[in-house]
Design a protein around this ligand. Structure first.
Ligand SMILES: [Zn+2]
Ligand SMILES: [Zn+2]
Length: 320
């Protein structure tokens, strides 16, 4: 089968063997995949990953024959736990020390015709959610993780920094959940996507003010850039919370003294629950169509990855 494989000298298209599902796994035919900032970071060396790239997808269960979801359209959680440690026993495969992660750590990803995932990772999606929406499930789930970790956030004023896909989705998810949200970004056309959701957006840090002034009780860093953390801290009130959502390959130089002086809580936040994400797509609480800036066939994956890197591009999709 055709796959986009990351090796020492970068990503390239290859013919590789179709994967064989293990006893607890399903074979999934990939219908549509999304290129994520993490994929671009992996290419730059993050995690030292080698293998088939890609972790955002919607697919169709293609095997084994007796699989209860055979033929169903599914999305999938990307962390695959060992199934036998204390973390897995508590349902926290996302933190299993022996985990593999789809297209990120020790497991081939979804920029291919087929992929394999443990059956327990799969969630069927209803016909109400078309492929081009379902493919946003994984990043959307990551936005719900913030609410799972920090439920009081929905009663706070929250500044999201970053107008990439993650920042835009995060702002909408929190707004839909009841939080008062503003966004600090860079691109006028991206921030315009927030207008229908009553989410004010600014491009100048000094202008991004909440009811209490220039500093906010909660700031979410979703810039994907190393400098984002310092900006987030500078916009956070004493005793406030900074939520970190970016994973970047380069190491940031940080001055942590204001974190100490202002007694700021730093909350790292990664992958999240799929159920509320699927629900938000089903009910239309979050719409994604305007975020798609490119559609490519898998044969043109290298070109699609280049496109995803361009400024002002939110989401590029790949169809095997
Ligand atoms: Zn991702
Ligand atoms: Zn485990």
């Amino acid at each position: 089968m055709l796959a986009c494989v990351l090796e020492e000298n970068g990503p390239s298209l290859k013919e590789i063997a179709r994967p064989e599902p293990l006893a607890d796994e399903a074979l999934v035919r990939v219908r549509l995949a999304g290129i994520c900032a993490t994929d671009l970071e992996l290419i730059r060396g993050y995690m030292n990953f080698r293998g088939v790239l890609g972790h955002e997808f919607v697919g169709e269960v293609a095997g084994p024959e007796a699989h209860p979801l055979l033929g169903r359209r599914v999305v999938g959680e990307i962390n695959c736990g060992c199934g036998s440690c204390a973390w897995c026993a508590r349902g926290m495969e996302r933190h299993c020390p022996g985990r593999s992660v789809l297209g990120i750590l020790d497991r081939h990803g979804v920029f291919a015709e087929y992929t394999c995932l443990p059956s327990r990772n799969l969630h069927p999606v209803s016909d109400a959610v078309e492929d081009e929406a379902a493919v946003f499930c994984e990043p959307l789930a990551a936005c719900f993780e913030v609410i799972e970790q920090f439920p009081e956030i929905v009663e706070r004023e929250v500044l999201v920094i970053g107008d990439g896909r993650l920042g835009l989705l995060q702002a909408r998810v929190l707004r839909a959940a009841g939080a008062r949200v503003g966004l600090l970004g860079r691109h006028r056309e991206k921030m315009a996507l927030l207008a229908p959701y009553e989410i004010p957006a600014w491009s100048e840090p000094a202008q991004a003010a909440c009811s209490g002034g220039e500093k906010w009780p909660v700031v979410i860093e979703a810039t994907g850039a190393a400098e984002g953390f310092s900006l987030a801290v500078s916009k956070t009130k004493p005793r406030g919370v900074v939520v970190l959502k970016s994973t970047v390959a380069s190491e940031a130089r940080l001055n942590l003294s204001s974190v100490v002086v202002d007694e700021i809580t730093v909350l790292g936040s990664r992958c999240g629950p799929f159920e509320p994400a699927i629900q938000a797509l089903e009910t239309g609480a979050v719409r994604t169509s305007l975020m798609i800036h490119g559609r490519y066939s898998l044969q043109n994956a290298p070109e699609a990855l280049e496109k995803a890197r361009e400024k002002g591009i939110i989401k590029v999709l790949l169809r095997p």
